[in-house]
Design a protein around this ligand. Structure first.
Ligand code: PLP
Length: 402
């Protein structure tokens, strides 16, 4: 990936204190290309309006929203725009979904979550304990992967739903969701995937994977702050989300509350188109799949360089699956002996290297692995616009820490 790509992101040319800014904070949200910024501002310049009316602006708004649904369905390999709902963010959508699903559950029904997950895919399900639902937690192993034996032991005929992440935002672990899909099929349970950390790095095919629900967030893949929910056709209409009687009562609208962020939704469409622009293929779906392969190859190469450089530092201890793992997200977490994660974050931040420190809401994983009492870990993530120069600069600054 080259300077041409970097030129597409206005924020990358920003300096602070006469130093460049090195963006390794992608797991918390990526920078945004000009095409996405323009799509958002163009909406305000031309079509700003409420939805479902009889004049040109509102009709254009409806077209933009529906086109974005179709675009997101293509991005996720879904059956069409009718499977895609929008929300404020993934967390808000998942709470709405858990409340809707709770209406189908009886006392004693079981839900499985994992210790590796972001709290947004734990708390909405743990809340259902109050109505007598049994929520079981699959164990996390010291290497940052899930205990699949424990998983198999916990799934049984009472399991109604498995809610798990596809990629871990703290360690870059890719979970074996195909294996779990087989287990959920055997007992007739639904499978819900949190793909927030997976979507920026690898291509998703909801039909091939056979999940019932999948959530992600456009701000993690070069778009604005909009949450996205895929529901298998027909499934959302079996649920009763909280909604107004004045709103559409059917999928994909029934889980959306109030007026959507139309301008941001216009930006989501542009973000998917931006990702697709990296790929080759006859259809937009083929382009997206090819683009994600190319993006992943680029990102993993840089992650390897970063891992090797950090691993060579005596005081650094890296966590999570090694870079030799077959499938991995380009997200690295580490501790530096003698300094807390916050101190490392502050040191790097003072030199305009953007990283995050702490638990990143994957708080259970840090508690289980004894990292919480140490103040969590420092996390660096690679995005499409990162370069070898970013990694060289970061490692050189880390070397100076001695
Ligand atoms: C893996 C994962 N899941 C869920 C979320 C929550 O996403 P949102 O901010 O859209 O609620 C995040 C956010 O960082 C995440 O990394």
């Amino acid at each position: 990936m080259n300077q041409k790509i970097r030129n597409q992101f206005p924020s990358l040319s920003r300096q602070h204190n006469e130093m460049p800014i090195t963006y390794l904070d992608g797991p918390a949200g990526t920078q945004v290309p000009t095409s996405v910024i323009n799509a958002i501002s163009d909406y305000y310049k031309t079509s700003n309006s409420n939805a479902h009316g009889h004049f040109v602006l509102t009709q254009e708004t409806d077209v933009i929203v529906e086109k974005t649904r179709a675009k997101v369905a293509t991005f996720l390999g879904g059956e069409g725009g009718h499977t895609i709902s929008f929300g404020q963010n993934m967390t808000t959508l998942n709470f709405a979904l858990s409340r809707a699903i709770s209406g189908c559950l009886q006392v004693g029904d079981e839900i499985i979550i994992t210790q590796l997950d972001h709290e947004s895919n734990r708390a909405p399900w743990l809340a259902l304990r109050a109505q007598g639902v049994v929520v079981r937690e699959v164990k996390l192993k010291a290497d940052g992967t899930l205990d699949y034996k424990d998983f198999a032991n916990k799934i049984n005929e009472k399991t109604r739903l498995v809610a798990m992440g596809w990629a871990a935002n703290i360690f870059g672990t890719i979970n074996e969701v195909r294996k779990i899909r087989k287990l959920t099929h055997d007992v007739g349970a639904w499978l819900l995937l949190d793909a927030v950390h997976y979507a920026p790095h690898l291509s998703i095919d909801v039909q091939a994977i056979g999940c019932d629900f999948l959530l992600c967030s456009a701000y993690k893949f070069y778009g604005p702050h909009v949450g996205l929910l895929y529901c298998k056709p027909g499934l959302l209409d079996r649920l009763q989300p909280y909604r107004l009687r004045t709103a559409y009562q059917h999928a994909p609208y029934s889980i959306e509350t109030g007026t959507l962020n139309h301008a941001a939704i216009a930006g989501v469409k542009a973000a998917v188109e931006y990702v697709a622009s990296f790929g080759k293929g006859k259809t937009e779906r083929a382009k997206i799949v090819n683009a994600m392969q190319r993006i992943h190859q680029h990102e993993i190469g840089l992650a390897q360089q970063l891992w090797d450089g950090l691993a060579a530092m005596k005081k650094v201890e890296l966590y999570g699956p090694s870079m030799n793992t077959a499938e991995r997200a380009p997200t690295l977490s580490f501790l530096y002996n003698g300094k807390t994660a916050n101190e490392i974050g502050q040191y790097l931040g003072a030199q305009n290297v953007c990283t995050w420190s702490g638990h990143f809401y994957a708080i259970k994983a840090t508690e289980v692995l004894g990292l919480a009492e140490k103040g969590g870990v420092t996390r660096m993530g690679i995005s499409v616009y990162n370069t070898k120069a970013d990694i060289d600069r970061t490692l050189e600054i880390m070397e100076r820490l001695k």
